[in-house]
Write a protein that binds this ligand. Structure first.
Ligand SMILES: Cc1cc2nc3c(=O)[nH]c(=O)nc-3n(C[C@H](O)[C@H](O)[C@H](O)COP(=O)(O)OP(=O)(O)OC[C@H]3O[C@@H](n4cnc5c(N)ncnc54)[C@H](O)[C@@H]3O)c2cc1C
Length: 328
């Protein structure tokens, strides 16, 4: 077996790369297990690999393509000695230190590898849930989104009708946020009432730009390659009546799934499977020496810059932990 790693970073989104930059500059020679690309949620580079325009990450005055941005972050991490493996973590044993990590590239069929580490930073993100319609993928980045704060201000959505699907707090938040830009926001929900908190529901329903569409699901997103989304086909679940809402965008707001399955029983997760952070505002988890950063531990902000900030904190916490343990 290879030597024990000082710090292994699991995941290569903004949180993982920022953690790597800090850990590498602290001479910890981090190993990043970046994901193997077997499917969308395991893509090295993370969620921004699917985003054509990131306009709100500081440092890029004119915006930047998500893929390009993740390439730049990786280069910056590698410049200081970060090592990167396009591997996916299958399971971990965090019951004793050094911790054990089993990982592989299942896309290329590489054999499973076992790595041990004195410290681990978990930065595996959370995947946005989509409706699962084939037309949804077709119009991704062309009118379909899962993040109003990220995409709402794009020119394509301004002064146009938009559709938000969902009925919980995040759907109401997304719909309310989008009213800043849209001419009208249709809030399509499969039930007769929203699941969001009373105050948020009331605020949304009093907003003149928000039009609730109850007991309804989407059957298809419609549009053209050139124009992007032009509308959504709807079906009322009580009457089976179908309809068409004209809209320039569809925002799925039906929650996120943290990529933390491999941590079950190893580290404390909350009821939605997000990693629980200890000691207010730090990156400590229930296991000493295991730190978490980014969307896998944050259901509130879910932005590249907040994930990057958490990655920085996790690396600084890991560095302090290793120093205390005499690992240099
Ligand atoms: C459509 C869309 C557009 C967005 N646009 C913006 C925007 O414009 N601006 C903005 O600030 N934010 C935007 N976001 C949000 C932003 O992408 C996330 O907040 C950010 O990527 C979170 O970073 P992260 O490092 O926590 O996780 P992620 O970026 O999700 O990265 C997770 C990483 O973990 C890896 N991974 C997962 N499981 C494992 C495992 N078991 N083993 C190894 N690796 C694993 C993945 O392969 C990936 O590399 C957008 C999100 C979406 C969905």
């Amino acid at each position: 077996m290879a030597d024990v790693e000082k710090v292994v970073i699991i995941g290569s989104g903004p949180a993982g790369w920022t953690g790597a930059i800090y850990a590498a500059r602290a001479s910890l020679q981090p190993l990043v297990l970046a994901g193997d690309g077997l499917n969308r949620d395991r893509m090295p580079g993370g969620q921004l690999m699917w985003t054509s325009e990131v306009e709100n990450f500081p440092g890029f005055a004119h915006g930047i393509d998500g893929k390009k941005m993740m390439g730049v972050l990786q280069q910056q991490a590698e410049r200081f000695g970060t090592r990167v493996k396009a591997h996916y973590v299958l399971r971990v044993d965090l019951s004793k230190r050094p911790f054990t990590i089993w990982h592989a590239n299942e896309l290329s069929g590489d054999e499973e590898v076992v790595t041990t580490a004195q410290a681990i930073i978990i930065s595996t993100g959370a995947s946005a849930n989509y409706l699962g319609l084939p037309s949804e993928r077709q119009f991704e980045n062309n009118g379909v989104s899962a993040c109003a704060v990220c995409d709402g201000a794009l020119p394509r959505f301004r002064n146009s009708p938009l559709v938000v699907v969902g009925g919980g707090d995040s759907a109401v938040e997304e719909a309310t946020y989008l009213t800043k830009f849209a001419s009208k926001v249709y809030l399509v929900h499969r039930r007769e009432a929203l699941r969001a908190s009373r105050i948020m529901t009331q605020r949304a329903l009093e907003n003149e730009k928000i039009v609730p569409v109850w007991n309804t699901v989407l059957d298809e997103i419609v549009g053209t390659e050139a124009e992007g989304v032009t509308g959504v086909r709807t079906r009322n679940l009580q009457t089976q009546e179908t309809g068409l809402i004209e809209a320039r965008g569809m925002f799925a707001a039906i929650g996120h799934t943290p990529n933390t399955k491999f941590l079950a029983g190893q580290v404390e997760l909350d009821d939605k499977n997000y990693v629980v952070l200890k000691d207010g505002g730090r990156s400590l988890t229930s296991v000493e020496g295991v730190f978490a950063a980014g969307d896998c531990a944050d259901f509130t902000y879910r932005q590249a810059i907040t994930a990057a900030g958490m990655g920085c904190r996790a690396a600084l916490d890991a560095e302090r932990f290793l120093a205390e343990k005499g690992v240099h």
